[in-house]
Write a protein that binds this ligand. Sequence first.
Ligand code: HEM
Length: 380
Amino acid sequence: MEQSFGGGVNMEKRGVWSWWKNQLALAPLISKYYVPEETNNFWYSLGGVLAISLALQVVSGIILTLKYIPDATLAFGIVSDMIHSRLWGITLGFHYFNSFLIYGLVMAHMMRVFVSAAYRKEKKVLWFVGVALATLIFATYVTGESLHWDEVGFAVPWHVSEILQATHLNNIFHYNFADLLAPASATLKLVQIYAMHIAILPIMILLLAILHFYLIRMKGISLPFWKQPSGKKVSFASHIKLWFVYSAFAIGVVLFLAIFAGRDVGTAPQLLPSSPLYAVHKGPGGQGYKPTSPIGWTHGMNVLVEHLGLTPDIWGTVIAMTLMLGSLVAIPFVDREEKEPTSFKEAFDWRKRKWAFLAMALFWAVMIVGIIQNAIAGPG
Ligand code: HEM
């Protein structure tokens, strides 16, 4: 029984993983690719943990498409049924809580890269690709929240309509409040949001993630400034193992929440006759419905600009997004240094990095002020 079909002998002798590694020619990318030993640490593993969480998000999302129908009259009922069913509830809960994890990992990874100043010199485009990825992940979160199609989810197309009205594009795109309150035309909007969430945005994220990994591979990873460089290299396989160890903890927490944390189904959207909000004249924000915390700053900034007398309040979201995106894009331009820092002193050198720190502070100030304002705001 020495011989068997195809790669059977190899598989028996060297294991399933080796067989796949040979078949897919992965050795030059993994076991024969070497990275500095110092990068095998928690902070340098965040991007990999993020990639694993994204992959699991796609898998759980694919399962959810077997049940979900983007019909404005059915979607809320389908989601409510899923939350009440054991297995669908866990799958949906996993997808939901994992989206919080992804959001947190994007922020943590971005801050690690920022403090390492790993956007300098020829890594500017790598940073911009990261900023584009963060923007696409934000858009995926927003469209996902909408698919729940409760009153909070309904706020998403409502706000899109407000932006289009403020820019006088509402009639061109047939995106008036009346279009959202009629089930047939609302279904068309929900289908567009669904297409964005399950196809267009994930495909763009995948393509940009490939470019992100390619650029890191070609340009080389930075060294952790808080460690003495040893010159030693280790196989990338050992780094990937670390990704899986940290992922096991993070995904374990997500799974725990998916199984044990109950979720409220929310309120049926105001376009449905079965909703207690049916025929109410105000939009979701005006009635006090708020987005979930990762994107809560959008509503918070709307409330803030309204207090300041700027109408329509949707300008708050537009201004906040412009400031946040603008500050991230500005960072590699305002930090003129050429080399990555090699010590705490260089990493936190206020004289050399003050504009970069101020740009990052602006990003966080907008997000934090918006989230606090969202938390304390009443209806309006
Ligand atoms: C889908 C989202 C993302 C994924 C999957 C991802 C993945 C990764 C991975 C695996 C690394 C290698 C080192 C590490 O893990 O720290 C890395 C490095 C890097 N990432 Fe990301 N990343 C994402 C988003 C971002 C964002 C939002 C930014 C910045 C705005 C960014 C900027 C960078 C830069 C500049 C590097 C090089 C770091 C260095 O040389 O030390 N990435 N990314």
